[in-house]
Design a protein around this ligand. Structure first.
Ligand SMILES: NC(=O)c1ccc[n+]([C@@H]2O[C@H](COP(=O)([O-])OP(=O)(O)OC[C@H]3O[C@@H](n4cnc5c(N)ncnc54)[C@H](OP(=O)(O)O)[C@@H]3O)[C@@H](O)[C@H]2O)c1
Length: 223
């Protein structure tokens, strides 16, 4: 199968969720850079992933440098840092696709949906960046723990929303390259569904004493 190789910068890839996505995309063959506010921290995270992969595939950079060198940027930082991070990267992001994984969790009540004024925190990012950046919402419902376990098939779909159809297709493609099924859920405003679902999944994990509940969309043709 022909598969395009992308240059991907994961901003916040030093953390659990971004690290898991970076690991899976590097394993697929993409050129992945871990972006961080601290280049030494990015180096250490990239070295850890490379040790797991037995290669030197994963690169590291200060976030702005990483974003400038990437075709696709993935944002995996806590909600409290989301808008300030995007504001700081606004110029570097122009013309690119940004996949935002942010869930608007407000500690300590992370099992309760607490949406921001804009409803969707990813829609707020699109507004801040303007239409020259194609923002995609994806991966909010997949746990880092699952992403890091390369030997395990992940029992969870990825809801992919974006106003730009090609960007949405790229998000779905990257879900597949991470070993997941991406589902087209339409315009970016629908991101609010995935953003809200995560708190319900956190509740389910606690209530049923399971580590990683997930979601499946039924009734679709088999691939
Ligand atoms: N963990 C999960 O299972 C999971 C699942 C689904 C979605 N998510 C979402 O994915 C995002 C990342 O989750 P995570 O668990 O990986 O988070 P995390 O480990 O707490 O943070 C990820 C990285 O974000 C950067 N960061 C931390 N605080 C920041 C701030 N105030 N401003 C800017 N950057 C900051 C740090 O990178 P540097 O210090 O290197 O810059 C950190 O390593 C969150 O929005 C989360 O809700 C997580």
């Amino acid at each position: 199968m022909n598969s395009k190789i992308y240059s991907i910068c994961v901003v916040g890839g030093t953390g659990a969720e971004g690290g898991g996505l970076a690991l899976r995309w590097a394993k697929h063959g993409h050129r992945v850079t871990i972006g961080s506010r601290d280049v030494e921290k990015a180096k250490a995270a990239a070295a850890e992933l490379n040790a797991r992969l037995g290669s030197e595939l994963v690169l590291s950079a200060e976030s702005t440098e990483g974003v400038l060198s990437a075709d696709i940027v993935v944002l995996t930082v806590p909600f409290s840092g989301q808008l300030p991070t995007v504001e700081g990267l606004k110029q570097a992001l122009q013309g690119k696709i940004l996949i935002d994984v942010t869930v608007p969790l407000v500690p300590p009540k992370v099992s309760k949906v607490q949406l921001p004024e804009s409803d969707s925190c990813v829609v707020a990012v699109q507004r801040l960046l303007g239409e020259q950046v194609r923002v995609v919402s994806a991966f909010q419902n997949v746990s880092a723990h699952k992403l890091k376990n390369l030997d395990h098939e992940i029992d969870c779909d990825v809801l992919v929303a974006a106003d730009d159809k090609d960007a949405r297709l790229t998000g779905i493609e990257l879900a597949r390259h991470a070993g997941l099924r991406g589902i087209d859920v339409g315009v970016l405003a629908n991101s609010v569904v995935a953003e809200s679902l995560t708190s319900a999944l956190i509740w389910i994990n606690k209530f049923y004493k399971v580590p990683d509940s997930g979601i499946r969309i039924t009734g679709l043709p088999t691939e």
